[in-house]
Ligand binder design. Structure first.
Ligand SMILES: C[S@@+](CC[C@H](N)C(=O)[O-])C[C@H]1O[C@@H](n2cnc3c(N)ncnc32)[C@H](O)[C@@H]1O
Length: 195
């Protein structure tokens, strides 16, 4: 199968087994808001036995990621231009993803915009549906107030188990935004949830 770096679904109105759109069916990881894709590409290079889908709404960033994928010649990574919430709620087949990553998401700092934050029980429940049993959701933010908000969300009833996540738990490359924030002296806080 010859596959393009950018995945454009033919059908946006049925749930799909995303693995059907990769060269090999393998455990699938999804990077929500993949930005310019450094994390995505590094993961795909490190783990050829897994498939990676990056999702991003900005056209310029999607094109950049597609270029990087083409250059890398990796066939276990693709990028999709779509709203992350739509993808998780409507497009992915239940129990078909092994890990979902949400890294340095937009923090929506104004109170009236908090409703746009991805880390909320109603979206966590959607993530829970698409994860395989034992699948994981990994969240990292540079924004202290968003992190506190996330912890408060987790005080509500939710279907996940929180796991420890230390630096040496597993290979986890830095994202482009992480590098930027760390160069400005900020540190990131993380949450690891298991289905
Ligand atoms: C702050 S950047 C972080 C990018 C990358 N994860 C990183 O850490 O370098 C957030 C990214 O998420 C994308 N994004 C935000 N909301 C989105 C949505 N609803 N659907 C798809 N992409 C979204 C933005 O366009 C942006 O590229």
């Amino acid at each position: 199968m010859s596959q393009t770096p950018e995945w454009v679904p033919e059908d946006y109105f049925n749930r799909l087994n995303i693995n059907d759109f990769f060269e090999k069916p393998q455990p699938l990881e999804v990077d929500l808001g993949c930005g310019e894709g450094s994390f995505l590409l590094a993961m795909a290079a490190k783990y050829p036995e897994r498939n990676f889908l990056g999702v991003e709404r900005l056209l310029g960033r999607v094109k950049k990621v597609a270029k990087k994928i083409k250059k890398s010649q990796l066939t276990n990574v693709r990028v999709l231009r779509l709203d992350t919430k739509y993808l998780v709620e409507w497009l992915i087949e239940p129990k078909s993803v092994s890990r979902v990553h949400l890294l340095c998401p937009d923090p929506w700092p104004k109170v009236r915009h908090h409703k746009n934050r991805f880390f909320q029980i109603k979206y966590l429940e959607k993530i829970h549906q698409v994860l395989e049993p034992d699948g994981e959701f990994l969240f990292r933010t540079d924004h202290d107030e968003y992190f506190e908000w996330a912890l408060e969300e987790l005080e509500k009833p939710h279907p996940f188990q929180r796991l420890e996540w230390n630096e040496d738990s597993f290979y986890y490359p830095k994202t482009d935004f992480q590098r930027l924030w760390e160069s400005q002296g900020k540190s990131l806080k993380s949450i690891r949830l298991k289905r």
